[in-house]
Design a protein around this ligand. Structure first.
Ligand code: HEC
Length: 111
């Protein structure tokens, strides 16, 4: 009886460890997504927005971005990236971006 109790206790302990690891892993991953805007920019948007290829508004061109934000507004800009434009592929080459990441990427490019 005692052996079984000990075994059970060990199993529960191990399971607890797995669950804790899963929870921590998720927390770390979602944190990485939120914090890694420059990395996402570099691997997706930079291909066009760094050099202004295909006439993309350039990163750091504050005037161009301010004009876009004033004329169209953030919701329209978000929609342009998500559904694509004339030259920009839908999603802007980011496969796991959500609205929040796109909004942050646009803010990042505006500076
Ligand atoms: C293959 C090139 C390319 C990539 C990659 C790209 N863009 Fe673009 N983007 C463009 C071009 C070109 C335009 C100008 C409009 C057009 O001709 O399609 C543009 C325009 C935009 C606009 C302005 C939309 C509007 O309504 O005027 C936003 C916002 C934008 N891009 C965000 C992003 C974000 C965020 C990413 C990365 C997740 C990204 N783009 C990746 C080429 C690209």
């Amino acid at each position: 009886m005692r052996a079984i109790t000990a075994l059970l206790a060990k199993t529960i302990h191990a399971l607890g460890g797995v669950i804790a690891t899963l929870i921590m892993g998720t927390a770390i991953m979602s944190h990485a997504v939120a914090a890694d805007i420059p990395a996402i920019y570099n691997s997706s948007c930079a291909a066009c927005h760094d050099s202004g290829a295909l006439n993309a508004p350039k990163k750091g061109d504050k005037v161009a971005w301010d004009t876009l934000k004033q004329k169209k507004g953030m919701p329209v800009l978000l929609n342009s990236v998500k559904s694509g434009m004339i030259q920009m592929p839908a999603g802007g080459l980011c496969e796991d971006c959500n609205d929040d990441s796109y909004r942050k990427l646009i803010e990042y490019m505006s500076k």
